[in-house]
Design a binder for this molecule. Structure first.
Ligand code: ATP
Ligand code: MG
Length: 684
């Protein structure tokens, strides 16, 4: 007993509900810290998994580890991402209901790694359907490809996801994966043309330059030196110690082949990557007659070859604009600044379209192919994995950060609704009464952003579509008029005691659930509309597929609403990721930083709800079967009503009447200390 206690002191408790001082934030953090110190990065709050990024490779992801978690209950083995994977999988199989795993946490907290571990678990442990072995490879290989094109080094994370990703894995009636589908959300395209200090462009650029064969680079007109490219030098950070671009190139190249990209498709893709670099090096200067012209002819030549567009048309599109006034088309020259903006807009648009196309192609290779595998039609279930960009705050935050943080806000809302709701429903169904716990509901912030007519996005829409001369500043003023009284909205003019950090005159501040962020309104309106250069270079129909214009913000809002709908239709499991320090270091646990995350993730409330309720619940039959040997009265077999047998057993184990409740089909134990607390020490 004594050694168990020591072990427990050392490694903490594996489920926060076992904390004696469960309302104390200090005790909560101390438990996390202890476990982190012992490389136990996972801890439960009931069925929610809390994960602290170790920032180093732990030897806990081997095939043997996977095997240990197969078919085993949460409480019987130390917490792990595999336990969540396995439980979700079993729930899908036994209950025949679609599942989803929602992974949240701020940038660099470990969401993408978690989602990859889950996918690997399924790829390794699930049965393989006939003729479906290539699907497994496609599922796994889609990651390096999407990361190459959609991830980048930021100040928060060397491999930061710059797009949101929701992936469905489809299983047949035998539990074998038979298909997959990816939905992608708003790629941070501004990164293509600009990076903050210490950050990089998307990985693929550096991979191609470092790893691409000489022949290939020559064909693309590229030099093996990232410093030569304007779009790659803004962050002054071509190399990152944790990244091997050359090796990653090989991985990505192979992955593209595995997924089924033809050589000419890969060529098209790389042509686009190269043309973005050439665009970045396209410069403008004054011609003989004072007009603005392209001064870099070789770039133009490569561009027209790589993109397959007419050189003259491209030149025209980059230096002139078409205006339609009173039904007549007029051509007017662009100023130097306008030309640069047009060039950057084209680069972003081309890259964005390449990324979308990539996802389409990957989806084709993952698609469940009816003709190959027919027998399971109509009887398959799905596990959805959500891995989005985490909440982030930079020195300068633009529209894209606004979308990223709004998305996090929505997911927090979903977490709040579902964790509370599902608890309440279960108690109700089992006929057990309970007191709801108070928590901060961030719906107020979601509404501030998305409410019809008076939300931030509505106001942005109105300003963009309004005739006359809408400007960034008129947008800001409109925001002040409409949202000035809101507790979570601040501007320079409105700034007062409700905010600590200053707000400049071109910014508005949102007080998010996870922290305060200042957003710049500079260029906000221009970013919302369609891309005119693109439509001049390519066919108009190709570019604008909508009749009524919709701003980028509204598109994002609508796609998020659809995502929430998808998630709501499934049974959720949660992984809450925590970043232990801001320096990407291993072994460092910054208490203040962790406390902040624990707070805004609502983990204390989550724990209180779990504790106000019952931490442990099992169907009578399962419970009896498992523990009957601990009580002479129930051993070897209980003959009477199941509920009576369970009552006999828990009373024998010393539980007081207030410590457990017998529901209609399940036993609920408030605090399963004696039975289940030693498992980590056995593991450790
Ligand atoms: P973002 O929102 O920026 O995309 P994220 O939450 O997806 O961030 P990850 O990319 O998953 O963050 O993790 C950041 C880095 O932390 C990884 O590249 C890896 O080095 C390290 N890391 C995360 N989880 C683990 C883990 N379980 N084991 C070892 N290292 C990890
Ligand atoms: Mg990520």
């Amino acid at each position: 007993m004594e050694s168990t206690l020591t072990a427990r002191d050392r490694v903490g408790v594996q489920d926060f509900v076992l904390l004696e001082n469960y309302t104390s934030e200090a005790a909560f953090i101390e438990n996390l810290r202890r476990r982190f110190g012992e490389n136990l990065i996972y801890t439960y709050i009931g069925s929610v998994l809390v994960s602290v990024n170790p920032n180093k490779d732990l030897e806990i992801y081997s095939k043997a580890h996977m095997e240990r978690y197969r078919g085993v209950s949460f409480y019987e083995i130390s917490p792990h991402i595999y336990a969540v994977s396995d439980n979700t999988y079993r729930a899908m199989r036994t209950e025949r209901r679609d599942q989803c795993i929602l992974i949240s946490g701020e940038s660099g907290a470990g969401k993408t790694e978690a989602s990859k571990k889950i996918l690997q678990y399924y790829a390794t442990t699930c049965p393989v359907a006939d003729r479906m072995s290539t699907l497994r490879d496609c599922l796994l290989q889609s990651n390096p490809v999407l990361e190459a094109f959609g991830n980048a080094k930021t100040l928060h994370n060397d491999n930061s996801s710059r797009f949101g990703k929701y992936m469905d894995v489809q299983f047949d009636f035998r539990g074998a994966p038979i298909g997959g589908h990816i939905l992608n959300y708003l790629l941070e395209k501004s990164r293509v043309v600009h990076q903050n200090h210490g950050e990089r462009n998307f990985h693929i650029f550096y991979q191609l330059l470092e790893g691409g064969e000489q022949d290939l680079l020559s064909k693309l007109g590229l030099e093996r030196n990232a410093q030569k490219y304007q779009y790659l030098v803004k962050g002054c950070c071509p190399r990152v110690s944790s990244i091997n671009d050359k090796n990653d190139w090989r991985t990505v190249r192979k992955a593209l082949t595995v997924i089924g990209f033809h050589e000419d498709e890969v060529e098209d893709l790389l042509n686009i990557i190269a043309s973005v670099l050439h665009l970045g090096n396209t410069q403008f200067g004054e011609g003989k007659n004072g007009e603005n012209q392209i001064t870099t002819e070789p770039q133009l030549k490569y561009l027209s070859k790589l993109l397959g567009v007419d050189g003259a048309a491209l030149r025209e599109a980059l230096t002139h604009k078409k205006i339609t006034a009173k039904g007549e088309e007029m051509i007017s020259p662009l100023s130097f600044e306008q030309a640069v903006a047009a060039r950057d807009a084209l680069a972003k648009a081309v890259y964005g379209r390449a990324f979308t196309w990539l996802v389409v192609k990957i989806n084709q290779s993952l698609a469940f192919k009816d003709d190959v595998y027919n027998s399971s039609k109509g009887s398959s279930s799905v596990i959805g994995l959500l891995d989005i960009y985490g909440f982030e705050v930079f020195q300068h935050n633009s529209f894209e950060q606004f979308c990223i943080n709004y998305c996090n806000e929505k997911l927090q809302q979903l977490f709040i609704e579902l964790t509370l709701k599902s608890e309440q429903e279960e108690y109700e169904a089992e006929g057990i009464t309970w007191e709801p716990v108070k928590y901060f509901d961030n719906k107020i912030i979601c509404d501030l952003v998305e409410e019809k007519h008076k939300g931030l996005i509505s106001i942005l829409d109105e300003e963009c579509l309004r005739p006359g001369e809408p400007s960034d500043i008129s947008f800001l003023e409109k925001l002040e008029d409409t949202l000035g009284g809101h507790a979570h909205f601040v501007t320079h003019k409105l700034a007062n005691a409700k905010t600590r950090k200053a707000v400049s005159r071109e910014e508005f501040k949102l007080i998010h659930y996870a922290g305060e962020v200042n957003y710049s309104v500079n260029g906000e309106l221009a970013n919302q509309s369609g891309n005119s250069v693109l439509s001049q270079c390519f066919h108009r129909e190709e570019v604008t597929d909508q009749k009524r214009p919709e701003t980028a913000a509204t598109q994002f809002k609508n796609s998020l609403a659809k995502l929430i709908e998808i998630l709501m239709s499934k049974d959720p499991s949660y992984v809450r990721c925590i970043k232990p320090n801001d320096a990407k270091q291993s072994g460092r646990f910054d208490e203040a930083l962790v406390r902040h995350q624990v707070k805004y993730l609502g983990l204390m409330e989550n724990l209180r709800v779990r504790r106000a309720g019952f931490a442990y619940r099992r169907h009578y039959e399962t419970f009896l079967q498992r523990y009957k040997s601990l009580c002479p009265g129930t051993w070897p077999n209980w003959q009477g009503r199941l509920a009576d047998g369970v009552a006999t057993l828990v009373q024998h184990l010393g539980y007081k009447p207030e410590e457990y409740k017998l529901g209609k089909t399940k036993i609920f134990i408030r605090f399963p200390k004696t039975l289940f607390s030693t498992e980590d020490s056995l593991e450790a």
